[in-house]
Design a protein around this ligand. Sequence first.
Ligand code: SF4
Length: 346
Amino acid sequence: MESLHARYPFFESAREAVDDAAVDLGELVARGDAPAVDRAVERVTAALTEGDVGAPRRRTRTELLSYPVARVLVSLVDEPAVTRTYAQAEAATAVERIRADVTEHADLSYGSGGEVSLSGLLSEFGLDDAVEPVPGEDAYRVGVTAYLRLSSNLDGDAWRLNRRELADGEVPVERDELLVLLRQAIEDRVADGLPLSVPDAIADALTDAVGRVEEVLADIDVAVDIDRVVPELFPPCMHALLERARDDEELPAHSWFSLCSFCAAIGMDAEDVLELLDVAEGEDPVLAQRVRYGLERVAGERGVEYPLPSCETMDAYGDCVNKDDLCADVQHPLSYYEARVESAGD
Ligand code: SF4
């Protein structure tokens, strides 16, 4: 096991290194290999809360083995949004490392010089024939098939093919854009095969670890995929916070961020929130600014900075009020909303 494998555990050579070391995942978790399992929990929880996979452990073995264990954990949690968020975080971390590690001339070895080359990375993902550097420029030409495969899920019109100067079946990209395409290739590889089918013995041995992930998950909105805004279906706690805000009460920071986090999680922007607060455009610039700041704060730059608290935490804040029958069945305000939206759509 080399440092390269710990730093890029999704590489084919890293998987082979684990195979060569004859590490039996079942034995590893069954004997409670605490460092690797702990690090695996951290990989997944940091993905959910920070958008990356946390700080690496010093020991190569711990760091490398935590990756397959993390994939098992994600499989046991078995929420598509968690799988997607985890794969995105692994890819985001990898690209940061690539930025730091890549040199122009090294091959894909990670020796004493710590050098990883761009050509080696392209080869790792089968892209070496699809990507050509543009001589004399910090730019590349990407074969259109590879480009479409890797850009199809990327946000922004700039990625649309009709915005590119396609020539001879190749699409021009800048170096940073090539890294974004590589990030997508990494994300696809991490997500490939998930969720895994996990033998019962391994699932049993990881019960505590899965519980630790689910605890964090209960405070985060990633498990919910709602794209409808129906204020009358909001949970009682959010109705109450909205009412207080409409009455010009300055909510405590935790309550305000909970409200903003809920609104952001269901896809509302600042204009939507102001409308919900019965504030016409330009009528209250101070509140408009507060709303914008709240929404930016909860989103953060690299993930969920202020996740919407679970019902338990809302209760501890004193914000769980006017509970109704459905409240007895949910642990999170977003789960409440999701259930109401689903049953209203029936
Ligand atoms: S139980 Fe949950 S959803 Fe219901 S009011 Fe309390 S915090 Fe909101």
